[in-house]
Write a protein that binds this ligand. Structure first.
Ligand code: ADP
Ligand code: MG
Length: 238
């Protein structure tokens, strides 16, 4: 099955076109990383997939169903942001429960999903704490745990490690890789970090000024970059 299919997706803000004819297919269980310089459209593309922005034209399919005009909550996705996006007035358990409550899940399902996600991300000690009592790394694990409780068809990560220091960045990256293996879930992950892209990705999508420059497995791009731009990004000697 196909986790995601984008068909000639364009996105403009006013007169400014930010995404140009994006075609992309992500297989079920695949880990796909979007890389490219700041402002090239990585977040916008992720937000179009999530339904936080509507495509100006083109078609978005998730899990075989067309979702081009479907609201985010009904797309079967869960997104993790650089800024964590936790609710400060809710404790960790409340943050993890909120989306499931809105979905109308019964109490026992909510409790079981939170327990499972807390176990996977070692969040049990923090369940009754507020985000303000947690470190950045702990907050991001909560945000990732919250995504896990949704059991999404597709996980979307937008530079989830950018606010963390180097040691935490590595630990959290390894946790995300473990999560991908454990869940066998489809994941799309935005970064401008070469190490993250090379270590996490099944395939890397290189974006430049709103267009796909090259798509391939990390070593494929590393050994065979289409041009100097791709080579520059993936660190292969040119
Ligand atoms: P990246 O995530 O790769 O850094 P973005 O997707 O955030 O890039 O931005 C791509 C381009 O779209 C930038 O030029 C940015 O200024 C513009 N852009 C993003 N969101 C909006 C918006 N809501 N309104 C107008 N322009 C936007
Ligand atoms: Mg961005």
């Amino acid at each position: 099955m196909t986790a995601l299919k984008l068909d000639r997706v364009n996105k403009s803000f006013g007169k400014v076109q930010v995404l140009h004819d994006i075609d992309l297919t992500v297989d079920e269980g695949e880990f796909v990383v979007f890389v490219g310089p700041s402002g090239c459209g990585k977040s916008t593309l992720l937000r179009v997939i999530a339904g936080l922005e509507d495509a100006t034209s083109g078609r978005v399919e998730i899990g075989g169903a067309e979702v081009t005009r479907t609201p985010p909550a009904k797309r079967g996705i869960a997104m993790v942001f650089q800024s964590y996006a936790l609710y400060p007035h809710l404790d960790v358990r409340g943050n993890m429960a909120l989306g499931l409550k809105q979905e109308g899940q019964p109490r026992d399902v909510i409790d079981a999903r939170i327990a499972e996600a807390a176990r996977m991300l070692e969040l049990q000690p923090y369940l009754d704490r507020r985000p303000s009592d947690l470190s950045g790394g702990q907050r991001q694990r909560v945000a990732i745990g919250r995504a896990v409780t949704r059991q999404p068809q597709l996980f979307l990560f937008d530079e989830p490690l950018s606010n963390l220091d180097a040691a935490l960045r590595m630990n959290t990256r390894i946790e995300i890789a473990q999560l991908h293996r454990t869940l066998g879930a489809s994941m799309i992950y935005v970064t401008h970090d070469q190490t993250e892209a090379m270590t996490l990705a099944d395939r890397i999508v290189v974006l430049r000024a709103g267009r796909i420059e090259q798509i391939g497995a990390p070593m494929e791009l590393y050994n065979n970059p289409a041009n100097r731009f791709v080579a520059g990004f993936l660190g292969a000697p040119s």
